[in-house]
Design a protein around this ligand. Structure first.
Ligand SMILES: NC(=O)c1ccc[n+]([C@@H]2O[C@H](COP(=O)([O-])OP(=O)(O)OC[C@H]3O[C@@H](n4cnc5c(N)ncnc54)[C@H](OP(=O)(O)O)[C@@H]3O)[C@@H](O)[C@H]2O)c1
Length: 388
């Protein structure tokens, strides 16, 4: 079976290395026939091309791995591959989260598959496991640490009492964080993964713009110290729950008690949990990124497609509505000045900052408070008291 790889960076080269090193006899029938690189770049391998039409018009290529990242031209190239009857395997959560319904519909129309295990939780077999759980159970909820970069930063701040800027710089030095870390620290990367996980868990494509996303850009080492006093540790969490034909989702820092399993997830590791009606709670832990773990997930998808184990698992026409009044949680809002609002149970000053505790709020009420905080202090920080 011949495949092509679009983009020869961390993930693309990892896929190429594993396939060409033939670590498993199952890979013997897979051949990387073409690799797309940018125009003008040196073609270091004879199979490198710089024109997508060389790939989509090649009748021998059955499957295309998209590992370029970004929205464009990934969007156009995935569509081109699907309409030319090629299966597509992608690690690109950004383009998927915005276009998954269109891609899925196009794949079905053209009798090919779109698979994306690597896009969410990297090397952890998360998508496949949710698909499997869903064969028997209604998945009512999932949540987890889905971004290794922010977990590394939060872990460093907690362990070494580092400032956010120092922890971020270290993450960049180690290659965990990009030069522009916005997608990670503002929670956008996790948001993309929540949309993709919802599609599988709830069998429905949810609107990425419907639900809130708070990141860790404004976290201060005093916040870490404040929650340490309460025997808690901060983690960035993506989560979603389904209530019949309604769902709720959000991305937000959570303060976990130190005996929670999430509290023990160190460095850049990930953990993600699903809750099913008969299976109960299942946790998946491991490397959510990295060249070989991610490439491994891509190749698992390739093997499943070529051995005809893949199925269409998303009903793109099924709609579930976002409803931010379903669950109630306890939140803490930190600003540089004391605020007043009847929803606050307590306002606690700590090292020049103010921690406003509000209990039993819906997401809608929490968003209202966050707006109030943002008007008073642009660098406000909001966190949920995790009670999973
Ligand atoms: N790295 C991970 O651990 C990981 C984990 C899970 C998912 N992912 C996802 O996988 C995707 C790839 O990530 P990565 O880390 O491998 O990124 P990367 O190292 O930056 O590699 C991307 C490669 O694609 C090339 N490229 C970009 N646009 C192109 C175009 N128009 N034509 C041809 N080549 C193009 C880039 O070339 P230039 O160098 O010339 O720009 C680069 O070689 C992203 O969507 C990412 O979110 C990554």
């Amino acid at each position: 079976m011949k495949i092509a790889i679009l983009g020869f960076g961390t993930v693309g080269s990892g896929v190429y290395d594993i396939i060409t090193n033939q670590t498993s006899p199952l890979l013997a029938n897979i051949k990387v026939a073409k690799i797309l690189i940018r125009k003008g770049k040196e073609k270091k391998l004879p199979i490198m091309v710089d024109d997508i039409t060389d790939i989509v018009n090649d009748p021998e290529i059955a499957l295309v791995v998209e590992s370029m990242g970004g929205l464009h031209p990934a969007y156009e190239y995935i569509k081109l591959a699907l309409t030319h009857g090629k299966h597509v395997v992608t690690a690109n959560k950004a383009v998927l989260a915005r276009n998954i319904a269109e891609f899925e519909a196009l794949a079905k129309e053209n009798g090919v598959f779109l698979s994306f295990e690597a896009s969410t939780a990297g090397g952890i077999p998360w998508i496949a496991s949710v698909e499997k759980a869903r064969r028997i159970d209604a998945v009512s909820r999932f949540y987890g640490i889905l971004n290794g970069t922010t977990n590394y930063i939060l872990d460093s701040m907690d362990e070494r009492e580092e400032d956010f800027a120092d922890a971020l710089a270290k993450a960049q030095e180690l290659g965990y964080a990009e030069a522009d870390p916005s997608a990670d620290i503002d929670g956008v990367d996790v948001k993309n993964k929540v949309v993709i996980s919802c599609a599988i868990a709830f069998n429905s494509v949810v609107d990425i713009d419907s639900f809130p996303c708070f990141g860790i850009r404004n976290i201060d080492k005093r916040d870490i110290a404040y929650f340490k006093r309460e025997n808690r540790i901060v983690k960035l969490i993506g989560e979603a729950s389904r209530f019949g034909d309604k769902y709720e989702a959000f991305v937000m820092p959570n303060a976990f008690t130190r005996d929670a399993m999430e509290a023990t997830v160190r460095r850049n590791l990930n953990i993600v949990t699903l809750c099913g009606s008969t299976i109960g709670e299942l946790k998946f832990y491991g490397q959510g990124a990295g060249k070989f773990p991610t490439a491994n997930a891509v190749i698992q998808d390739i093997l499943d497609i070529f051995s005809e184990k893949t199925e269409y698992t998303i009903d793109v026409k099924r709609k579930i509505d976002y409803d931010d009044t379903q669950s109630k949680n306890n939140y803490v809002l930190r600003t540089d000045r004391a605020l007043t609002n009847p929803l606050f149970r307590a306002v606690i000053p700590f090292e020049g900052l103010y921690y406003h505790h509000a209990d039993g709020l819906t997401i809608r009420e929490m968003r209202g408070l966050a707006e109030q905080a943002g008007e008073a202090d642009k660098r406000f920080f909001i966190i949920k008291q995790a009670d999973f």
